[in-house]
Write a protein that binds this ligand. Structure first.
Ligand code: GLC
Length: 460
């Protein structure tokens, strides 16, 4: 915790460009979640042979929906811009499942079965340990020169590494934010809540007064997104899920019970609809973007999605505010934001590695990074784009980035999928009221301990 605190203080002191400062954030957060040694690209094993990047060929790209629909679908826009620059490389999109767990399971089955497609896949920042340990991704550090990695905001490369090899080329970073309806708060003279308790009572009041259908919507389904939400409350309550070496779980604690008790109380108090226990990002997003909730916990893209008609948003820019997440009363401000994001990985069985390398280099270059940040509100991974004043000014989310305080998931172990399942299944049972928060904490501890003790199983 002390490292993230130090980072937060440093950013406030510097008061510089939002995203330039956020680069420092990523260093500390990602180094905290990585299992590998060292804190810089210097720890990367040198490339055995550097791939030639081709200017012709084809790439089958697997990517889950990012933001936007139809012609405005971010993936379609990116492919169009890439093919304009490389007219002799044809990119075919395979739309992957929105749910990161289903996406991962599908890819792991295909790749471990020897499939040569997809050539390139967009994969979660929590995958490098598992995919690296099980040869499900090509070590990119064996394909790209060491100089390639210096373009990225510090920490992201470390987070994409496992045992000295980099497996993912960072595409965009995600952080959790609080989105709120400025117009509803203004009407009641309510300040933006900075504690969870205040957020809960504001939500209850707004719903009770008939000003909005629901108070606070978030991701409570039994899936990875619930682990992200839980990590925020858990860290706010002073807890952490494992020890640093990932050799033991630390989940049967007062902090874990406090976090789960509060999450359940959001439902029983009426601050959140009972349906949040079945919500993933799209359901939470659509509820808020459709004007049916006062508050939303979601990732960076939610501001653009809520205010862009072609992305399904029905709200105006003047109606939507963004702030760091709250914390528990009495804890230091602000609350913790979980760190997420997506990288590009190459299938080790791909027959088009040279074209794949061209594609991923372009996607981690300025043109693609500007499309993702200015067009859709994703936090760029490339320092030069983060530092651009035009990018920082393009979206109110980016001005909040220096004020967030990050907490990573415990993803530096190949056992992470089972560890996360131990968390989200039991928190979800407590949300649904089928187990008490303390029983859920005990069950999390037991299942997480089992996961961490299986040293050879990557949880495929
Ligand atoms: C977002 C994050 C990703 C996380 C997922 C959970 O896509 O970028 O890291 O695992 O949400 O739903």
């Amino acid at each position: 915790m002390s490292r993230t605190n130090a980072r937060s203080a440093g950013l406030k002191r510097s008061g510089g460009l939002a995203l330039a400062a956020a680069a420092g954030a990523a260093v500390l957060a990602a180094s905290a979640c990585s299992s590998g040694g060292g804190g810089s690209t210097a720890a990367i094993s040198p490339a055995a042979s550097v791939a030639t990047s081709a200017t012709s060929g084809s790439v089958v790209w697997s990517a889950s929906p990012l933001s936007g629909t139809g012609a405005n679908d971010a993936r379609t826009v990116l492919i169009g811009a890439f093919e304009k620059q490389y007219p002799n490389i044809k990119v075919t999109l395979v739309s992957a499942p929105t749910d990161t767990d289903t996406n991962r399971a599908t890819l792991a089955t295909e790749i471990s079965g020897g499939s040569s497609t997809p050539d390139v896949f967009m994969g979660d920042v929590i995958w490098p340990a598992q995919f690296g340990a099980h040869q499900l991704a090509l070590p990119l550090s064996s394909q790209l020169p060491a100089s390639y990695w210096s373009r990225f905001a510090p920490g992201l490369v470390q987070g994409a590494s496992y045992k000295g090899q980099v497996y993912g080329s960072p595409l965009f970073e995600d952080q959790g934010f609080l989105f709120y309806r400025k117009d509803l708060l203004a009407k009641d003279g309510m300040p933006v809540p900075t504690t969870w308790e205040q957020l809960e009572s504001d939500s209850v009041k707004l719903v009770h007064d008939g000003q909005v259908k629901y108070g606070f919507v978030w991701e409570g389904d039994s899936y990875e997104g619930l682990t992200c939400n839980f990590m925020e409350y858990l860290t706010d309550a002073g807890g952490s899920p494992t020890n640093r070496a990932y050799s033991s779980a630390t989940l049967n604690t007062t902090a874990a019970t406090k976090a789960t008790t509060f999450m359940r109380s959001l439902i029983t108090s009426g601050a959140s609809p009972a349906a949040v226990s079945t919500f993933q990002e799209p359901q939470a997003m659509n509820t808020f973007g459709g004007g049916n909730a006062a508050f939303l916990r979601n990732w960076d893209y939610a501001y653009t999605a809520a205010t862009t008609a072609s992305s399904g948003g029905k709200l105006t820019a003047g109606q939507v505010g963004v702030a760091p997440l709250p914390t528990f009363a009495g804890a230091s401000q602000p609350g913790y934001s979980n760190i997420g994001g997506w990288n590009l990985y190459i299938n080790p069985h791909s027959k088009n590695v040279s074209a794949d390398v061209t594609f991923i280099q372009w996607m981690s270059g300025p043109a693609a990074q500007e499309i993702l940040s200015k067009g859709y509100g994703f936090i760029p991974t490339v320092t030069a784009v983060r530092d651009s004043a035009a990018v920082v000014a393009s979206n109110p989310v980016f001005a909040v980035v220096p004020h967030t305080r990050l907490t990573p998931r415990p993803a530096g172990t190949p056992e992470y999928p089972a560890l996360s399942t131990a968390i989200y299944e039991n928190v979800n049972a407590a949300l649904a009221g089928s187990s008490s928060p303390s029983a859920a904490a005990a069950a999390m501890q037991s299942a997480a301990s089992t996961a961490l003790s299986s040293s050879s199983n990557g949880g495929l």
